[in-house]
Design a protein around this ligand. Sequence first.
Ligand code: IMP
Ligand code: MG
Length: 177
Amino acid sequence: MEINFEDLKVLYSEEQLQTRIKELAKEMNGFYKGEEVIAVCALKGAVLFASDLVRELDMPVKMEFIRLSSYGSSTTTSGKVNAVDIKLPDLNGKNVLIIEDIVDTGLTAKFLIDFIHMNFHVKTFKFCSLLDKKITRKVDVKPDYYGFDVDDKFVVGYGLDYDGYYRNLKYIAYKEG
Ligand code: IMP
Ligand code: MG
């Protein structure tokens, strides 16, 4: 699949994204009630979402970054999750909030959820994804918080890439046709 900037159609605009992120943060602020949160950003895709989201949180926040990969340069999942870099501090007793870009097959989310629970006794665990592509789910996982639904489209922008490109778009787009 080839993607050109000219073919891209906006799916969720900058304004829609920013409005929704504020709503999500408001829900989270209500849930955590000022307690410290460890926000774990799944690189690279969630980096823009995480940086906008944490700026709306009103409790003490520490940020951690992990890197997993399941996609090569194609648009279909490889079915395998690679823990490229998953070094984390001691999360025992912490409020852990995972921040992802999209839940597609759910394999990455499942891997992360299992990884945290196998290694730590956290105080609370929440999984937040900007996008939820329910139709392509292969394992039964549901984000605790998510921004928008996506049907069976390959989307780019606002952190999500095609072959490394388009992460810098301010909006979520898809290729028409
Ligand atoms: P999963 O493990 O199949 O749920 O896929 C999760 C990862 O696949 C995400 O973190 C993304 O990096 C990537 N991914 C899935 N769908 C898309 C898409 O539509 N556009 C860009 N990346 C995607
Ligand atoms: Mg990703």
